[in-house]
Structures are given as C-alpha cells and as structure tokens.
Design a protein. Sequence first.
Length: 245
Amino acid sequence: MIGTILNAFTVALGSAIGLLVGGRLPERIQTSVVTGLGLVTLVVGIDNALGTGNIILPLLSVGMGVIVGELLDLDGRLTAFGGWLQARFAPAQAESAPQEGDGRSRFITGFVTASLVFCIGPLTFLGSIQDGMTGDYHLLAIKSVLDGFASLAFASAMGIGVAFSIITILVLQGGLAVLGALAGSFMSEPMITEMTATGGLLLIGLSLILLDLKKPRMANFLPALLIAPLIVAVAGLLGIAIYPL
C-alpha cells in the first residue's frame, strides 16, 4: 500500500499547488493546458492500444465491458458521488458560481476526469498488483510523479474536484494491492498485454473529453479492463489460440 499512499500524496500536493496557481492564470491558458494534456493522453492511449497481439480481444472487451457498465450505470454513480462530495465538502463553490458549467458541474467534471485519468492505464494495475504481491512499488512511484504534475495542471484548470480523486486512487489502487497480496502472481503476460491495450482504448476516449471533441461516458467502459484478461484466461483454458500465427 506504500505506492498507493505515495500516489495519493503527490496528487494532493499537485492539486494544492494547481489551485494556488490556477486563480492567477487566464482562462485561455487553463484551456490550453487541458488541451495539451488531452494530446498527451491521446498519444499514450494509441501507443498502449497498438500493443495488442490481436485487436479482436480489445474490441470484444470494450464491447462487452461497456454493456455491463451501461447496465450498472457506473458513470452515473461516479458522477453522483462527485456531486455528493461537492455538496458535502465544497458547497461554497457552487454558491459562488451557479451558472451552468461552473460550480457543481466544474467540481464533478474535475473529479470524474481526474479519477479516470489517474486510474486507467498499465501503471495503475500492474503497479498496484506488484505492490501487493512483492511490496515493490517502483512502478507506482513513477506513476505518482506523473500524476503529481498532471493533477497540478488539472486542478489549475478544473478546480478543487481534482483533489478528491485521491479517494478513487485509494479505493481502486488499494483494492488492487490487496488483491495482489491475496491472489499472488496470477496475471500472465498475454493477460497484462490485452488489459493494457484495452486501457489504451479507454485513454483515447478520455482524450476526446479533454480535447472537447466528444463526451463519452468513460466510466461505463471500465469493466472492459477486467473482461480483457478474463477473455485471455478463458481462451487459455479452452485451448483457443488468441494470437494469429
């Protein structure tokens, strides 16, 4: 859990600095910063997605995963949780900026976007599981530094909601670390590869939000990250070759 705690600390620190700096930056600079992060997220997502050994696997994972996510309404639940956090811990923000796109909406957007960006990707899953299995948190240490700078930029543009993404980090990464400690080394290389590739597709979806091109309900795609390695595992048990010769 050391890596998870370190990650939460760097996000909290980056968010605090971003909130101090953000009020001094013109809106056009804040917008440009988010656009820059969107471009980087897009490149990382494409790079991860192209690592698949068979594009059909991420396709199946995303297709089945989003159906599960839509049925469970994960995006709606995450948004509702963000709204509850805003009402509980930052009510003054909504009162001071009641216009649409400000206040409550800005808080929720910052919380949901940051939560997804910080919790989707190979470093999140591999680093957390490795931390739980062996106590080696060097992957999460790298992720912590990256997330610290990202949270600074996000918080300067999106506000205090970004800081509350540490709750998502603690719950998700902490849960994965516990899972790694209990289950041991159970992820094969193909399972990791296809989970990473599927995560890349989700990062591409997130980049569309950051670039203000489209607003897909990306939280509803999260089950795909669990379905991808599951498909690989089931195919292995059935003796089905998942990679073309």
